[in-house]
Design a protein around this ligand. Structure first.
Ligand code: ATP
Ligand code: MG
Length: 228
């Protein structure tokens, strides 16, 4: 198994609090919400930053957590670790049948936090993510972990996350504050709903301090509306 060390993130106190708040909100969604998809409308709204910090935060409280980087086109999770040379295999190797599950799994400095990196960019990301091996990985992970955080490509831009949505128990839409229109977010929410994946909430990211909470704001107004 691969072994990786994440760079320390010196998060300001308030940001740490927001991540804890997000963690608590996810826990309160119930223990049937284990596999959670994180997506957005466009690139760079903050999905990967948030899922990584959330995974660390869940591990800190002793939850067994698996973070899967399913953004096969534009992954940058590897930049967050100090020993990139240790990561030889990723999700695209596993999905294409070149590696088995144990080979693509990476253990972190926390013994309860595991990661699957994206691997090299394949020619057919959407098709690969829809294959039976992805289902098999999630089925296996459900038995091993308390939470499986699925970091994905922006659903408003590429279709990849739609293949994952039916296999997840719920989803969260990351929104970069003051950048994305309500109409666009509603479109993403509708796609998730159509795929049978309830939207548990939205995470408003990159919020200006003057607007209230400094970093992550989240509310769960979609929760009832999109419940299965
Ligand atoms: N709350 C924040 N405040 C300031 N910068 C942030 C915040 N959240 C994320 N960023 C920065 O924004 C950039 C994009 O973040 P990140 O890679 O997490 O987004 P992403 O949605 O995963 O992007 P992609 O669609 O490319 O995968 C990074 O440089 C990250 O450090
Ligand atoms: Mg990302």
């Amino acid at each position: 198994m691969q072994k990786v060390t994440f760079k320390p993130h010196e998060l300001p106190y308030q940001i740490n609090e927001e991540i804890k708040y997000l963690r608590a909100n996810i826990q309160f969604c119930g223990d049937d919400k284990k596999v959670i998809l994180f997506t957005s409308s466009v690139a760079s709204e903050g999905k990967s930053s948030i899922t990584l910090e959330l995974a660390k935060s869940m591990a800190q409280m002793g939850k067994r957590v698996l973070l899967i980087d399913t953004d096969l086109r534009r992954s940058n999770l590897k930049h967050q670790i100090t020993n990139r040379e240790n990561v030889k295999l990723g999700l695209s190797h596993y999905l294409s049948g070149m590696s088995n599950l144990d080979e693509v799994l990476a253990v972190t400095d926390s013994p309860v936090m595991y990661v699957v990196f994206a691997g090299p960019v394949p020619p057919n990301p959407a098709e690969l993510l829809a294959c039976k091996r992805m289902t098999a990985m999630l089925e296996w992970a459900r038995k091993q972990f308390d939470y499986i955080l699925v970091d994905s490509a922006p659903l408003g831009t590429v279709i990849d996350a739609a293949a994952l949505a039916p296999q997840c128990d719920g989803s969260a839409i990351v929104i970069e504050s003051a950048k994305i229109s309500r109409h666009t977010v509603q479109g993403v929410a509708q796609q998730l709903k159509d795929a049978g994946c309830p939207v548990l909430g939205v995470i408003l990211n990159k919020v200006e301090k003057a607007h209230g909470r400094s970093y992550y704001n989240h509310h769960y107004e979609y929760r009832k509306e999109y419940k299965k």
